[in-house]
Design a binder for this molecule. Structure first.
Ligand code: DGP
Length: 113
């Protein structure tokens, strides 16, 4: 989608530190890391947020979960990490392209706040 930062990263038009990719998904390091390891896992196709996904996106959402697990492995945090999505502005979503934050490399507190 035009004017979507994450679509531009997926298209290679904006640089990012890519840590995992396959034909349907991509993971790259967050610009503003909240943990020693902080990657964003996205579908290449533009979906604004999880609640905007349709029944026809089920396979892609499954692939996104597997991509997250593979990213955790690639970054050597697969023993302990957190996967979270901010759905909507009040939840902290600032980029309207579905993404999972993958956080690891430190003790993660609960509840997250
Ligand atoms: P959220 O607030 O949940 O929508 O998360 C958006 C994240 O995206 C935030 O942690 C910062 C990150 N981010 C925003 N713009 C860029 C960018 O151009 N490159 C990278 N690598 N990360 C970005």
């Amino acid at each position: 989608m035009a004017d979507c930062i994450f679509c531009k990263i997926a298209a290679g038009e904006i640089n990012a530190r890519i840590v995992y990719e396959d034909p349907d998904t991509l993971a790259f390091l967050d610009l503003n890391p909240q943990a020693p390891t902080h990657a964003l896992v996205i579908p290449r196709r533009h979906i604004p947020r999880l609640t905007a996904a349709a029944d026809t996106d089920a396979e892609l959402l499954g692939k996104l979960q597997l991509a997250a697990a593979r990213t955790a492995k690639a970054l050597k945090v697969d023993g302990a990490f957190r996967l979270v999505t901010n759905n909507g502005k009040a939840a902290g979503q600032s980029v309207d392209h579905l993404h999972y934050h993958l956080l690891g490399g430190r003790k993660l507190l609960w509840p997250p706040g």
